[in-house]
Design a protein around this ligand. Structure first.
Ligand code: NOJ
Length: 526
């Protein structure tokens, strides 16, 4: 397997995801206890020192915050909660001064129900051009009282909401997130303007939300649900699904959008990029999003979804490179984000979970391509068991199932009790932090060579010594995964027992190593 040698910055970048509400509160904008843009700016030196190349910032646009910003009411402004357009400009300028790129989130599948287009659609009534920007339909059954089809919302319940005049509109997520009709050219034109608005403000790229979702099968036919599966059963996570027939996702027309956006990005200097959040059913269909005239990258959730086994990790690496080979795209790797259970917890939690998390991270960081990190993973944070009265995920309100709040708890910076330096004073954050986070603050971990934070700093520095030109070879022997890249050999022990440390000079380890390589540990050797 060879990797490409393109100098394009994003092909090998480490991108740090900032969940804006939960990163840092400057205390000067919006509401105390909610992170904001000046808070991010003030912490950029921490990220430079951590050793990342870029930040991806989740949506900070005007929004009623029903899905914490993924419900955008104005794509061209900053919500008062987070600051102002000037704050956004300052953030981008400061990041660039520090050598960091800035990727912003773009949410094109749906708007907020408070977007001016949707308000106009409600006011204008059935058959109007205003309604034609969304997917309004008459219902089925007597008096149209049944939804137009059987599609489920990703957040639970039906994907349709009825309005007082009797029509229904499609919302694949929350009912406050009406889906746009991308077959209406006005929609595409609007988003090109939005792209230009932020490109003109000097952002380096876009993370494209629900990139596989913009077009729906034109008939809006029922989804075929196989025996044993249920169209509205709770999803394992945002990134894995069980029903195979999907007329609402991954339609061929969506690629025209990304070809158009490719041309827009190419008009700007500085290698502007985009990365698709596209949950496709197969690696081959994922690869279509990153053909050379389309998007720069797509998230590869298979690393995140893989079982803890050498075989599974090897299959993911091999399968990823095989799928991308024909399109000459660079892979991406990710273990955590704001939609999934933090990987320390996925791997069992406690010390064992942390050991596995660090080992998986060290292995991932050796792979050619980009790695996306999620804020707080460098501190070894676990998923928090958020009390029912503190949960705020819209899927919790729609289904009563524990949602994604547990990975969104504001991160601890310093001090010995909440809010752990999250804001300037004692105001408590929008989701309460656990009592036992004092040893996990960035301050407490700094200088402690055994800490997860210092481990990440070492690993990111060592990663810079890898040659982008080197591809990888993968082999499995029992529970041992070996990844060879140039003169680097990474060995990951997924078994229960320690094994003899393979020969070579130890560059870096994910945990303590002697002449034996313990279980749940990875080592870089030269
Ligand atoms: C994916 C985002 O990551 C998630 O947080 C959001 O709820 C949905 N898209 C809907 O925009």
């Amino acid at each position: 397997m060879t990797s490409t040698t393109s100098p394009t910055w994003w092909r090998g970048a480490v991108v740090y995801q900032i969940y804006v509400r939960s990163f840092a509160d400057s205390g000067t904008r919006g509401v105390a206890g909610v992170g904001d843009l000046p808070g991010i700016t003030s912490r950029l030196p921490y990220l430079r020192d951590l050793g990342v190349d870029a930040v991806w910032i989740t949506p900070f646009y005007t929004s009623p915050q029903n899905d914490h910003g993924y419900d955008v009411a104005d794509y061209r402004d900053v919500d008062d909660l987070f600051g102002t357009l000037t704050d956004a400009d300052d953030l981008v300028a400061e990041a660039h001064d520090l050598g960091l790129k800035v990727i912003v989130d773009l949410v094109p599948n749906h708007t907020s129900s408070e977007h001016e287009w949707f308000r106009a659609a409600l006011a204008a009534g059935p058959g109007s051009p205003e309604r034609a920007r969304y997917l309004f339909r008459d219902g089925r059954g007597e008096d149209g009282a049944e939804p137009p089809n059987n599609w489920p919302s990703v957040f639970g319940g039906p994907a349709w909401t009825r309005v007082p005049d009797g029509q229904w509109y499609l919302n694949l997520f929350d009912s406050t997130q009406p889906d746009l009709d991308w077959r209406n050219p006005e929609v595409g034109d609007m988003f090109v303007d939005v792209l230009r608005f932020w490109l003109d403000r000097d952002v380096d790229g876009f993370r494209v939300d629900v990139a596989h979702g913009l077009y729906k099968e034109e008939s809006l036919r029922d989804q075929v649900v196989e025996d044993g599966a249920s169209a509205d059963e709770p999803k394992e996570s945002m990134v894995s699904r069980t029903v195979r027939d999907e007329p609402m996702w991954d339609q061929p027309e969506v690629h025209d959008v990304y070809r158009r956006w490719h041309d827009v990005l190419a008009e700007y200097d500085g290698d502007r990029m985009n990365v698709a959040e596209a949950w496709t059913q197969t690696p081959e269909s994922m690869a279509k999003f990153v053909r050379s005239e389309e998007m720069s990258q797509a998230f590869n959730f298979s690393w995140l979804l893989a079982d803890w086994s050498a075989e599974a990790f090897a299959d993911v690496i091999t399968g990823t490179f095989a799928a991308l080979a024909d399109v000459d795209a660079s892979p991406t790797w990710v273990l955590s984000n704001h939609d999934v259970i933090r990987h320390v917890t996925r791997y069992g939690g406690g010390q064992a979970g942390l050991s596995r998390a660090r080992a998986a991270t060290l292995t991932m960081l050796a792979l050619p391509g980009s790695s996306y990190l999620y804020q707080g993973e460098e501190l070894g944070l676990e998923q928090v068991d958020v009390a029912p009265e503190d949960r705020q995920d819209p899927s919790w309100f729609r289904t009563g199932e524990v949602g994604r709040d547990g990975c969104r708890v504001p991160i601890p910076w310093s001090g010995t009790s909440a809010p752990y330096g999250f804001g300037p004073g004692d105001d408590q954050p929008w989701i309460p932090q656990p009592d036992d986070w004092a040893p996990l603050t960035a301050e407490a971990q700094t200088g402690d060579e055994d800490s997860t934070l210092e481990f990440y700093r070492r690993a990111l520095a060592a990663r810079r010594t890898l040659s982008p030109a080197d591809g990888v070879d993968v082999s499995v022997e029992g529970d041992l995964l070996t990844v060879t890249r140039g003169d680097l050999r990474v060995v990951l022990n997924c078994g229960d027992a320690d094994v003899e440390l393979p020969a070579g000079d130890v560059v870096l380890t994910s945990g303590p190593v002697s002449d034996r390589l313990p279980a749940d540990t990875a080592v870089w050797l030269r």
